[in-house]
Write a protein that binds this ligand. Structure first.
Ligand code: C2E
Ligand code: MG
Ligand code: MG
Ligand code: MG
Length: 287
């Protein structure tokens, strides 16, 4: 009886493992095909200055348009792209596409001031990332000040001394550096001073609990105050309600991003959204 049970358990685990392995394998195969067949798209989410409602930036967010499955979100494939090294080529495509789009918006005169691109931990380990960014800025003609590079706090903390050098090399290109998901890692003030940082993005887990009694709102308020005292732009992520925006305004947070303003949308939709917003603001001093 015990033997039988043991065999069943064994069988159960093998099957589960096999399913996981098959899933992982097919994801990897499909991801390789996606890179070859150009199955990626960028959606853009506005970043709105709280004081006057101006769209100061947009964040480029990667989606995979799988011909069989439809739209796949980054949390489902970025980890595998990281493990397999495919992230290098995907990351290069993201940078190239976002910079080209930003340059186009600038020449049309109706766009934001900056485009933000997420860099994976792997990309900030690579010594040739600054050269890659430099090459893309050259080929697209985009000035570095229009590009924001987002690096998560956790990724930065795990890199050690190399990250500081790469960030300084990137900074030398005139780009802006943002710390993403801030508040979830364990960085110190000393770290923030050592890195050439321009912007902190408060992690949405804090923002979404506003207003609350659990302390998340206090953490958000503290990050805003700290960022301001260091002269950094502070962006609140994941803002969904008027109450959250009101709290951020009362605490002098600079910029917000979230469904309350807009979900991430294709470039053309964002462009239309910006046009309507600008036109309707004519004659409205607060618009
Ligand atoms: P992130 O950089 O922190 O991006 C913010 C995420 O929050 C996005 O999810 C965005 O769609 C979502 N979001 C924005 N506003 C709201 C809101 O009001 N409510 C809620 N619930 N969510 C909101 P998304 O697009 O699924 O991206 C997830 C993560 O994947 C990103 O987090 C980023 O770490 C990573 N990622 C996205 N694009 C890229 C990329 O091109 N390269 C790399 N390496 N990572 C990327
Ligand atoms: Mg920005
Ligand atoms: Mg981000
Ligand atoms: Mg984030």
């Amino acid at each position: 009886k015990a033997k039988e049970l043991g065999r069943n358990t064994f069988q159960f685990y093998t099957e589960a493992l096999t399913h996981a392995a098959i899933h992982r394998l097919s994801l990897e195969t499909r991801l390789r095909r996606a890179v070859q067949n150009d199955e990626f798209v960028l959606h853009y989410q506005p970043q709105v200055r709280i004081s006057d409602g101006r769209v100061v930036g947009v964040e480029a967010l990667l989606r995979w348009q799988d011909p069989d499955i439809g739209l796949v979100f980054p949390d489902e494939f970025i980890p595998v792209a990281e493990e397999t090294g495919l992230i290098t080529r995907i990351g290069e495509w993201v940078l190239q596409t976002a910079c080209r789009q930003m340059q186009e918006w600038l020449s049309n005169g109706h766009g934001p001031d900056t485009v933000a691109v997420n860099l994976s931990p792997r990309q900030i380990q690579l010594n040739d990332t600054p050269a890659l960014v430099d090459g893309i800025l050259q080929s697209t003609g985009l000035a570095g000040r229009h590009l924001d590079l987002e690096i998560t706090e956790t990724a930065l903390m795990e890199q050690g001394p190399d990250a500081a050098r790469i960030l300084h090399d990137l900074k030398a290109l005139g780009v802006r550096i943002s710390i993403d998901d801030f508040g979830t890692g364990y960085s110190s003030l000393a770290y923030l001073q050592r890195f050439p940082v321009d912007e902190l993005k408060i992690d949405q887990s804090f923002v979404q609990k506003i207003p609350d009694t659990s302390g998340a709102a206090e953490i958000a308020a503290t990050i805003i105050a700290m960022g301001r005292s260091l002269g950094l732009t502070v962006v609140a992520e994941g803002v969904e309600t008027d109450a959250q925006l009101e709290f951020l305004r009362n605490h002098n947070c600079g910029v917000y991003q979230g469904y309350l303003a807009s979900r991430p949308v294709p470039a053309l939709v964002l462009q239309q959204w910006l046009t309507v917003r600008t036109d309707s603001a004519i004659g409205d001093p607060t618009g």
